[in-house]
Ligand binder design. Sequence first.
Ligand code: FES
Length: 131
Amino acid sequence: MKTDKINRRSFIKTASIGLTGFFVWLWYAMVGKQKQTAVKKRVVVALENQQKVFFNDDLVIIQGEQPLVLSARCPHLGCRINKLEGNNLICPCHGSSFDLKGEVLTGPAVRPLKALEYTLGSDGKQLIVDL
Ligand code: FES
């Protein structure tokens, strides 16, 4: 009789663990992967009549033969970088500065600005970034 009770308990325990695992897997399969691939925001930027370096939304765009798009979010604490002094990008919050490749010149930031992938519009006059 006692053995039967233990078996029932261990069955319920094992089944609970198995069901929990199944639902975690199911949740990840349905929601987790979707979160990873979902485009949160698409930014389309006109390149014409812009300066060599300009800011748009959360982007820093450096025009050239091959444009470079950097995240304007400072890697220190996430302030939006919106200032250009000479060839240095300056964070308004704590003064970190970055060169036009996004590399740190002065801290407190220790990581470079994130380079973002983009596509050019069919006419080459627009830049499209999926954030
Ligand atoms: S958030 Fe940019 S330097 Fe602190």
